[in-house]
Write a protein that binds this ligand. Structure first.
Ligand SMILES: [Zn+2]
Length: 504
């Protein structure tokens, strides 16, 4: 009896003393979250070590700041763990670095969401029986120091490929992404393009007018590379390629069901159409993205390593667009409304999880990264977690609004000065610019309004965004009118500044 009591007491003490960990509580993805964060820390240390070698103080400081941002990426998360022991991140701060694994995953997720969002319009505006092609296009491995030139070359060659006679009539659009791996030869790299292409059904008739066999794709791609290399003054020699053609791989995208059954007897391939995007969009997008994040941390060929190759790679890919849409995909994505945070959606999802009585309640925690090692959990309420998220979003909008209001005043001052100097060309340009900024400010203000955080600002500022300055010299504003606008902006700026980090 004494033992039982002591054991119970002992267990209790142990429970309260030892912190709960994400890995133990979120058995389905806790380990992965720990691993990804550890990779971020390793990346940050590489950049920090690099910064210490840089002589230019400003550049060194910039690099250290970057290392710091990556170090802090997702070091604190508000999470919800469901009855299947899967942890969802409700809120966290991200570094948005191009080489951060965490942030790359978010970008992939956003891509999936965008494809999902445009699918209904794709079906409506194109043909739901259109098929999908997944392709890989390569080039001879360049030296790592030349990577940027070759990525630009490939990007232009790809655009040219899409306008080739045979493809032009059947291609509707899609997206392409770059992947770069370490080449087999020292100091070289292996850049390639993966793409998804929506293409009319008539293409897939292999006796028809449009169908292209793999060799034909390779020939067309090589021609495009050759033409663009010539334009850019880069060397290109067909003798560098087997059969004189760059390697390509072209596959028709199959349905998830089809992929699952591919080893079964009597299996007949089923190809995905645009209609399948509605139910299988994630599968199709992942089909491409799995190629961009496939390698493991410890492999010989891991991208992120503390060596000269990686540092050079990082420099070379700066400013290169990793993912780009084209054709109707580009148009439809441009039409998508800006992301809007909706707290009700999150609450509804959680209620939906909990509606099943057999399931446990969704648990909410704060997860904090400890000792370069793992996430440790502490209790949190859903309200508090969502409040943090909301506050963060509100603050981001307020910061944007501050910058826009400042820019308005720059234009307004320019208008006053140019009017004084009778330089009406400058006045005219400044008015055009001001109206553009006003339109942007109005949109930002509307976003802030939706969060319910504008009461005080409205009282003082009475946002008259609709009143655009008239681009007409018969109605030039008086100096005092413009000065009044500047004052009003200054007041709004002060309110925003004072209320960042605390609600109105
Ligand atoms: Zn990050």
């Amino acid at each position: 009896m004494l033992y039982e009591n002591n054991k119970a007491l002992g267990d209790k003490v142990k429970h309260t003393r030892s912190a709960r960990t994400l890995e133990a509580d979120a058995t389905r993805n806790g380990k992965r979250l720990n691993e990804r964060k550890a990779r971020g820390i390793a990346l940050s240390k590489i950049f920090y070590a690099q910064a210490e070698k840089i002589e230019n103080e400003n550049l060194a400081l910039k690099m250290k700041k970057r290392a710091g941002r990556i170090y802090g990426c997702c070091s604190h998360r508000e999470i919800a763990i469901n009855s299947e022991r899967y942890a969802y991140t409700l809120h966290t701060h991200r570094c948005k670095d191009r080489n951060c694994v965490e942030c790359q995953r978010v970008r992939a997720f956003v891509l999936q969401e965008k494809i999902r969002a445009i699918t209904p319009s794709l079906i409506e505006r194109t043909d739901k029986s259109d098929g999908l092609i997944f392709g890989t296009l390569t080039i001879k491995n360049p030296h790592i120091n030349e990577l940027k030139d070759y990525l630009k070359l490939m990007s232009r060659a790809f655009a040219r490929l899409m306008t080739r006679k045979k493809l032009k009539g059947v291609v509707r659009g899609g997206f392409r992404c770059f992947e770069v791996t370490r080449g087999n030869i020292k100091d070289h790299c292996h850049p390639h393009i993966h793409f998804l292409l929506q293409i009319a059904r008539s293409y897939f008739n292999n006796k028809g007018l449009y169908y292209m066999r793999a060799e034909e794709w390779a020939e067309e791609w090589t021609k495009c590379l050759e033409a663009e290399a010539k334009k850019a003054g880069l060397p290109f020699d067909r003798a560098d390629y087997p059969n004189g053609r760059a390697f390509v791989k072209i596959l028709r995208v199959q349905t998830a069901e089809s992929v699952k059954n591919k080893n079964k007897k009597d299996y007949k391939k089923q190809y995905a159409t645009i209609e399948d995007l509605q139910t299988e969009g994630d599968h199709v997008v992942n089909y491409i993205l799995k190629y961009t994040a496939k390698e493991s941390e410890n492999s010989e060929k891991a991208l992120v390593k503390n060596d000269q190759w990686f540092i050079e790679y990082d420099k070379q890919i700066k400013g290169i667009r990793a993912i780009s849409f084209f054709g109707i995909y580009k148009d439809l994505i441009a039409e998508l409304p800006p992301f809007q945070y909706n707290e009700e959606d999150i609450r509804a999802q959680i209620e939906c999880e909990e509606a099943n009585e057999k399931r446990e309640k969704v648990r909410v925690y704060s997860a904090v990264w400890c000792d370069d090692h793992q996430y440790v959990l502490s209790d949190q309420t859903l309200d508090e977690a969502l409040n943090k998220k909301r506050l963060n979003i509100v603050n981001t909008i307020k910061r944007t609004l501050k910058v826009q209001i400042e820019n308005q005043n720059i234009s307004l001052n320019l208008i006053i000065n140019s009017m004084k100097n009778k330089d009406y060309k400058i006045t005219n340009d400044a008015i055009i610019e001001l109206n553009k900024i006003k339109a942007r400010t109005r949109k930002t203000f509307e976003r802030l309004e939706k969060t319910g955080e504008v009461k005080n600002l409205k009282d003082v500022y009475n946002y008259e965004f609709n009143a655009e300055l008239i681009n007409d010299f018969d109605h030039l504003f008086t100096e005092s009118e413009i000065k009044q606008m500047i004052q009003q902006n200054k007041k709004a700026f002060e309110i925003l500044d004072a209320t960042i980090n605390c609600p109105f």
